[in-house]
Design a protein around this ligand. Sequence first.
Ligand code: DGL
Length: 226
Amino acid sequence: MDNRKIAVFDSGVGGLTTLAYLKEMLPNEDYVYFGDFKNNPYGTKTTSELQSILKNNIELLEKKDVKIIVIACNTAGTQIDYLKTLTNVPLCEPITVTTNYINQMNDVDNILLLATNYTVRVGLYQKYLNKFNVIGQPAQELVRLAEEKKFDQKVIDEIMKEYENKVDLVILGCTHFGYFTKEIDETVKPKIIVESSYELAKYVVQYLTENDLLSGVGNANVEFVE
Ligand code: DGL
């Protein structure tokens, strides 16, 4: 048992989708949420810019004495090997868990990966899913729409209408895209949508359970860190 809080971190509002799943799955935990609005968006940054931002963020969250840092952000998650060199606090990220889940599927051939410019470019999803045909499609503009709480079907059509009825599975490889799941589903019409935020939340439950790190005394309270 460990009564310390769970930290959830994202480049902005996107990780609130992960936090919502976690609160539902683990209501007896308390949470710290850090949305890095100051440095948003991450998806257009270079690797060195990203690493320097992430280093500061890990230091900030370490000071909160949390039992795990959930890197909700896929773009930040691409830097997991680097981040693990900075801290002894357990870290988890969405890309490995999401691709592990998809790799168990048998009835899937064509996959549309929707992610930030950076995540598509570094190609980790594509590398871990190399037995499938993965089309990496940047959808950076949706990050801005989510941050501004706006919805624009024209933007969704421009980015993904060409894939309508052409893919079996869509990966929401960016936390922010969870705000548009229904619209993406109706536009692309895949058989399955896999949301990285949901897969990550499931993994956190499994990790804390297996390592005897669950708390029984929390109330799903969230401390928002600036
Ligand atoms: N929400 C982040 C992700 O999951 C990045 C969005 C951004 O800041 O560009 O990749």
